[in-house]
Design a protein around this ligand. Structure first.
Ligand code: PLP
Length: 406
C-alpha cells in the first residue's frame, strides 16, 4: 500500500520537479502572504511581491471589444472564433509590421511578425526554435527568474553574466562568457526586477562582441530581446530599439503591462525583413514550435483587438510617481537604490547582505518583498509597486523601520 502511494507520487516527472525549484521565490512570498492573511484576516500586510499590474486598463480596450463582438451598430459581422494560421491573423500581422516599420527604424513585414500567447509564449517559441541540448544561453543578472527553468527545459545551459552596480550589463564579463556553444543572448530591458533601461552604448558593445564572433568564426548568436516593459517607459526616458542594432535580433513584446491585459495573454515576436530573407523558413519553424508546445495560436479575439488599441497605454505617470516617492524615501533614509526608468519594480540593496533574512524580517514588519537571490542578485530585494500610493508610502516607512531594527 505504502509502496503504491510512493509509486504514484514518483510518477510525476523528475524534470518538472527539478525545474520547479528555480524561480520559486516570488510565488513562495506571495503564498506566505496569503497564508498569513487566512490565519489572520485583520493582518495589515502590504504585499509588494507579485508583478501583477493594478492600474486601470484603457477604456478603449473594452469599447473595441464590444464593437468587435457586434455590440454596436457599426460592427458588420460577428468575429470568427475558429482556428487560423498559427502565426496570427494576416491583417493584424500586417498592421503591426507597418507600425513597427515606422517605430523601430527597420523594415518589418507581415511575415516577420508572429502573434503569441503573451511575451512568455513568444519566449517559448524562440527558445524551442534555437536551443539544442548543451547550447548555452547568456542572461544578465538580475534576471526574470523564469529564464532559468525556461532554458533548462530545453536541455540548454543558462550562463549568467553580472551587471554593474547600476544594474547595467558588464560588457567585459560578457565577452569572456562567449564560447563556441553560445547560441543566444536573452536580454531584458527595461529590466524586471531593476527597472533599468540598458543604454544604447552598452548594447552596441555587446553586439560588437557578437558581430566579431560571427566574422571570425561564422558562429551565429541570436539576441532575443524580451521587452514587455518597453512601453511602460517614463517620460524623458529613451528606449533603444534593438532591431536596427544587430542583424540576428528578435523582439518579444506583449500587452500584459502597457495595457494591463496580463490575463488575456497576447503578444508578438517581430524581426527585421532582412533577417527574414536570410531565414525564410523561420515562420514555419515558429508554427511548428507553437504546434509542438501546444499553443496552436494566440487568442484570436485578442489578436483582432490589437489594431484598435495599438497606440493606447495605461497611465504610466501613476507608476512613475509611485516609484519616485518610494525611491526618494528609501534613499533619504540610507538605502542604496538605482532609480528605475520604466515599469513598477524597484530593486534596492538589502541593508544586510542576507537578502532572504531581510525579507523574512520585513514580513514581521508587515511588508512582503522578494529576495534578490531569486533574480540571481543576492544582497538586493524587489518591491513591486502595484498598490495604491498610500500603501506604498506606508510600506516604505516599514522597510526603513525594519532596516533600523536590523
Ligand atoms: N518577461 C518578463 C521580463 C516579465 O517580467 C514577464 C512577466 O512578468 C514576462 C516576460 C511574461 O510576460 P507575459 O505576461 O506577456 O507573458
Amino acid at each position: 500500500m505504502n509502496k503504491s502511494i510512493e509509486n504514484i507520487k514518483n510518477s510525476v516527472s523528475k524534470k518538472i520537479i527539478s525545474l520547479s525549484s528555480h524561480g520559486g521565490d516570488i510565488r513562495r512570498v506571495f503564498m506566505l502572504g496569503q497564508e498569513l492573511k487566512m490565519q489572520n484576516p485583520d493582518l495589515n500586510l502590504i504585499d509588494l511581491s507579485l508583478g501583477n499590474p493594478d492600474v486601470e486598463h484603457p477604456k478603449e480596450v473594452d469599447q473595441a471589444l464590444i464593437s468587435l463582438l457586434g455590440g454596436n451598430s457599426t460592427a458588420k459581422e460577428n468575429p470568427s472564433h475558429r482556428y487560423m494560421d498559427a502565426a496570427g491573423l494576416p491583417e493584424v500581422r500586417n498592421y503591426i509590421a507597418s507600425q513597427l516599420s515606422i517605430s523601430e527604424g527597420v523594415s518589418v513585414v507581415q511575415d516577420s511578425v508572429y502573434l503569441t500567447v503573451g511575451a512568455a509564449g513568444g519566449l517559448q517559441i524562440l527558445l524551442r526554435s534555437f536551443l539544442d541540448e548543451g547550447d548555452e544561453a547568456i542572461i544578465f543578472s538580475p534576471f526574470f527568474p523564469e529564464y532559468v527553468p525556461y532554458i533548462l527545459n530545453f536541455d540548454a545551459v543558462p550562463v549568467i553574466c553580472p551587471c554593474d552596480a547600476q544594474h547595467k550589463p558588464n560588457v567585459e564579463a560578457f565577452a569572456k562568457l562567449i564560447t563556441n556553444k553560445t547560441k543566444l543572448v536573452l536580454l531584458n530591458s527595461p529590466n524586471n526586477p531593476s527597472g533599468v533601461v540598458y543604454p544604447r552604448d552598452h548594447l552596441e558593445k555587446i553586439f560588437a562582441v557578437l558581430n566579431e564572433k560571427f566574422k571570425s568564426t561564422g558562429q551565429v548568436i541570436h539576441v532575443v530581446s524580451d521587452e514587455p516593459y518597453s512601453r511602460v517607459i517614463y517620460k524623458n526616458e529613451i528606449f533603444p530599439n534593438i532591431l536596427p542594432l544587430y542583424p540576428f535580433s528578435w523582439v518579444v513584446r506583449s500587452y500584459s503591462k502597457d495595457l494591463c491585459l496580463a490575463g488575456e495573454r497576447i503578444g508578438y515576436i517581430a524581426w527585421s525583413e532582412s533577417l527574414l530573407k536570410q531565414l525564410p523558413f523561420i515562420p514555419n519553424t515558429f508554427r511548428n514550435a507553437s504546434r509542438i508546445l501546444g499553443f496552436v495560436c494566440a487568442p484570436r479575439l485578442m489578436q483582432s483587438l490589437i489594431p484598435h488599441i495599438y497606440h493606447e497605454r495605461v497611465d504610466v505617470d501613476i507608476y512613475e510617481n509611485r516609484v519616485s516617492e518610494f525611491v526618494d524615501y528609501l534613499t533619504k533614509n540610507g538605502f542604496n537604490v538605482v532609480k528605475p526608468q520604466a515599469g513598477f519594480f524597484v530593486f534596492p540593496q538589502s541593508p544586510i547582505q542576507d537578502d532572504r533574512l531581510f525579507c523574512d524580517r520585513l514580513v514581521s514588519h508587515g511588508v512582503l518583498c522578494v529576495p534578490g537571490s531569486g533574480f540571481g542578485s543576492p544582497g538586493y530585494f524587489r518591491a513591486s509597486l502595484t498598490q495604491d500610493i498610500s500603501l506604498i508610502e506606508e510600506a516604505a516607512r516599514r522597510i526603513v523601520d525594519c532596516a533600523r531594527a536590523a
